[in-house]
Design a protein around this ligand. Sequence first.
Ligand SMILES: [Zn+2]
Length: 119
Amino acid sequence: METEVLELRKAIEESQRLFCSSVGCIEKTAMRDTLGLHWCAEHQFRGELLNAGAARGWPALTFYRYALASWVHSWFIMALTGSEECVLLAQEAIAEWDLQKQRDTPSDNLWDGRNDVSA
Ligand SMILES: [Zn+2]
């Protein structure tokens, strides 16, 4: 009896894994994000937001009238419940954050004259 319950529970968990995590969506999963949530092709951009946040250590971002705190739960809530516009704007803010980071990181390839011994 106990085994049957466990098997049933396992089967339910398995079947839930096949479906999108977006609220109200019953589409089959197309991708699994870094937190283990599944997303259909239409809602994949939500999982991509979480992957982008994880890859960058969940930075704090502010954009338009939105904000993400430097905390995984903040990103998680936005990915799950944020409007499509909000999530897409967050992805733009991440691209901007990347550019800013590049500008703030001096390149090793640039010769700045400090090692010039010919003078
Ligand atoms: Zn979906």
